[in-house]
Design a protein around this ligand. Structure first.
Ligand SMILES: NC(=O)c1ccc[n+]([C@@H]2O[C@H](COP(=O)([O-])OP(=O)(O)OC[C@H]3O[C@@H](n4cnc5c(N)ncnc54)[C@H](OP(=O)(O)O)[C@@H]3O)[C@@H](O)[C@H]2O)c1
Length: 322
């Protein structure tokens, strides 16, 4: 396992982060606990959850945090875990309602702490942006909460780079906490709007990447496995990929990338999973690959090659496949 050593976080931060969104709902408690145990056994420390996970399941809001909280309490390992949770949104179906006002964030954070059975969150992210709330107001709120000792690093998910920069200029000018963790869709695949079908999400671009790198922030990649598309296409053949996944990911460029990865993996005797993860974790910017799996075996596959380092030249090669 590769780690980020950040003095502001109590434990080393594993560069593979376990996405636990569906734990406690779509993934039952037993399998969730098995996956969590497997993850820490192989050196994992970072868990990614959110207040609204998994609002898409019946009565699902808060269930992911609750499941993780129970596991941490049961295993007594809070000091070895880096908790990432997110707040500020409520969902109805795929519609996100954002509320980044102080009262709401404070009340959501209290609920997160209760569910997670802890008194602090290592990394607290604002899950979406509320454009009519000023950067100044939001940074002041986060600073206030941090000063209560309830959160460590702060960051955002799915914010435009312009807004992040503006907020951080204000924070720096007034010596306040900066958004130093940026979570976005990031994988080796070419991104297209139809992949996610949600205009409230963002994806990694050159400007965001350079901003993370130059400031030594953390770039947190969701959908880093591209939903398993490359692994499944290599293992089972493109014809056997389910139509939904195909519709989302198949583009001429992604097919060329598939061909390139297949050849590289064969020649270098590495798995497509190692390649996928290393694309994020070997990056010159501090990259954390968030992964989620429906089967324990998939998680074992990911963790068994978590040390793998793609040469920098190969990172450039895959980016140049267009
Ligand atoms: N902030 C945000 O807005 C946001 C948005 C999305 C996700 N996230 C976070 O990121 C985490 C991961 O997101 P994600 O689920 O979209 O990403 P993902 O890891 O790209 O996709 C997960 C799916 O990929 C397949 N897969 C995973 N490992 C595999 C392997 N070794 N071999 C073959 N297939 C494999 C599985 O599909 P099958 O089950 O079909 O086999 C699995 O369900 C979430 O849990 C959440 O914490 C955040």
């Amino acid at each position: 396992m590769k780690y980020i050593n950040d003095k502001t976080i109590n434990c080393p931060v594993s560069k593979i982060g376990l996405g636990v969104a569906r734990f406690g709902t779509k993934v039952d408690k037993e399998l969730s606990f098995q996956m969590l145990d497997c993850f820490v056994k192989e050196g994992g420390t970072l868990l990614d959850t959110a207040r609204n996970y998994y609002e898409w399941a019946e009565n699902g809001r808060g269930k992911s945090e609750t499941c993780v909280g129970k596991w941490i309490e049961d295993r007594g390992n809070r000091d070895k875990i880096c908790i990432v949770t997110k707040g500020g949104v409520k969902n109805e179906g795929n519609t996100f309602y954002c509320n980044l006002k102080k009262d709401n964030l404070y009340s959501e954070l209290k609920q997160s702490l209760e569910a997670l059975r802890t008194d602090y969150i290592d990394i607290y992210l604002l899950h979406r942006d509320q454009p009519d709330c000023s950067e100044e107001e939001i940074i002041d709120t986060m600073q206030y909460i941090a000063e209560q000792g309830k959160i460590g690093k702060i960051g955002v998910a799915n914010w435009s780079i312009n807004r992040i920069k503006k907020a951080n200029i204000y924070a720096r000018k007034h010596s306040l906490k900066e958004f130093s963790v940026i979570q976005t869709w990031w994988s080796l695949a070419e991104y297209t709007d139809s992949m996610w079908n949600d205009s409230t999400t963002t994806h990694m671009d050159k400007e965001t990447y350079n901003y993370i790198k130059e400031n030594s922030y953390i770039g947190m990649a969701y959908t880093s496995q591209c939903k398993g598309f490359f692994q499944k296409a290599i293992e089972n053949g493109l014809d056997n990929i389910d139509e939904f996944l195909k519709k989302r990911i198949v583009t001429p460029t992604n097919l060329k990338k598939l061909d390139h990865i297949k050849k590289y993996c064969k020649k270098n005797e590495v798995t497509a999973t190692a390649y996928m993860n290393s694309y994020i974790t070997s990056n010159e910017a501090n990259g954390v690959a968030l992964v989620s799996t429906s089967k324990l075996q998939q998680l074992q596959d990911i963790l068994s090659t978590s040390d793998y380092c793609l040469p920098q030249e190969e990172l450039r090669n895959i980016d140049n496949v267009i």
